[in-house]
Design a protein around this ligand. Structure first.
Ligand SMILES: Cc1ncc(COP(=O)(O)O)c(C=O)c1O
Length: 386
């Protein structure tokens, strides 16, 4: 181990995967620990990929992604947010995770800092730290009205080494959704302090706290603003196993992202990109169904825990996670392991989500409703016992 790089040696084991590994073989498992649906990718998407393979699309391809896919992504943004968006602003990546890595590589070097409101999905910080970039947590507050980001605290965390603010809204794990005013304040801060924003709006269509999609930087930023959008095919079109995403931002960065792709994966398979094109161009109805399923899953949980005073939470306004504390439980890692062993319900412990997450557990509700109902019953019973 001592011969490894410091960063690789220090890379943390995912606190979510630790519980997953402990429970994979549980005979009565209801796995709600990961951020994914239990439905397989629909046939119309798979068919497009099969056709591509059958017609021999097995060669190296465009580093920035197939032109048709980049156009389909740009059209998706134009349709969803009613704003101009060009294919030239888009670079296809081998997952949302890779988009995050490229964004970090593009804006920060070893010794630099990135500011991240927490609790947060842990991979962003881990990816930065792997590159020697320090992440500075800005713990969010939970109030009666829900999670809140204090802009003064965010600004206080910025130093002369800060290169970017990572903002994930709707947020995994809290379900917090930044208001348009929050986003405008962050953009104003980024412009004034000469920082990049890495905007993770992958759950933007899963919005339950108001009408329509969640507020987005896209609704008011200029094409040249310092905003990098990282995104994925994983969640909207139930394609988590495909490993496909994109990064979008000022068109002038196109060559930079092309180079970063060339020297990492050298491109994304053309045949999976064909599936993504089908998803983006023919998947509107499917997507609306997914959002409705999640909306009902959320309602089911809120109802199911309504009578349980030990379960404390802010109802999620977006994404598809129920992030809750249990009165009297401080060690949520141990609680997740015990709950799993006793009941077969698999949750992600809040310890995996950084400062401020420790006292919570995360449950994914983009899942079968009978499983959600059963899980709520088992959790309620388990809590009565202890
Ligand atoms: C907030 C957030 N960003 C990015 C990702 C990355 O998604 P993927 O790597 O599956 O494309 C995830 C996955 O859970 C996520 O929750």
């Amino acid at each position: 181990m001592s011969s490894l790089s410091v960063e690789a040696g220090r890379a943390p084991e995912s606190g979510i995967i630790e519980v997953v590994n402990a429970g994979r073989d549980h005979p009565d498992l209801i796995p709600l620990w990961a951020g994914e649906s239990d439905q397989p990718t629909p046939a119309f998407i798979c068919e497009a990929t099969k056709t591509s393979l059958d017609t021999g699309e097995t060669f190296y391809t465009y580093q920035r992604g197939l032109p048709e896919l980049r156009e389909a992504i740009a059209a998706h943004y134009r349709r969803t947010y009613g704003v101009p968006f060009e294919a030239a602003q888009v670079c296809v990546t081998g997952s949302g995770m890779q988009a995050i890595q490229l964004a970090i590589q593009a804006v920060a070097s070893s010794g630099d800092e990135i500011v991240i409101p927490t609790p947060a999905w842990p991979n962003m910080a881990a990816a930065a730290e792997l590159r020697g970039v320090k992440t500075v947590a800005v713990p969010m507050d939970i109030a009666e009205s829900g999670w809140q980001l204090d802009m003064a605290k965010l600004e206080d965390a910025i130093t002369d080494k800060t290169r970017a603010i990572f903002l994930n809204s709707p947020c995994n794990p809290t379900g917090w959704v930044a208001s348009l005013d929050d986003l405008k304040a962050v953009l104003e801060m980024a412009r004034r302090r000469k920082l990049w924003i890495i905007a993770d709006e992958i759950y933007g269509l899963f919005h339950f706290g108001g009408d329509g999609v969640a507020p987005s930087f896209l609704q008011f930023c200029d094409p040249d603003d310092p905003v990098l959008f990282v995104n994925t095919m994983s969640k909207n079109w139930v394609m988590t196993g495909w490993r496909l995403g994109w990064i979008a931002g000022p068109a002038r960065l196109g060559q930079v992202f092309e180079n970063l792709v060339q020297y990492s994966t050298s491109g994304v398979p053309a045949f999976t990109q064909r599936g993504a094109i089908a998803a983006l161009t023919e998947g509107e109805d499917f997507l609306s169904e997914q959002v409705e399923l999640a909306r009902k899953g959320r309602a089911l949980l809120l109802d199911g825990f309504a009578g349980n005073n030990r379960v404390q939470y802010a109802a999620p306004d977006g994404a598809f996670y129920f992030f809750f504390a249990v009165e009297g439980v401080t060690d949520t890692r141990q609680f997740a392991l015990d709950l799993l062993k006793e009941t077969g319900v698999g949750l992600a412990p809040g310890t995996a989500f950084g400062t401020g997450g420790e006292g919570f557990l995360r449950l994914c509700f983009a899942r079968r409703h009978d499983h959600l109902e059963e899980a709520v019953g088992r959790i309620n019973q388990f809590l009565q016992r202890g």
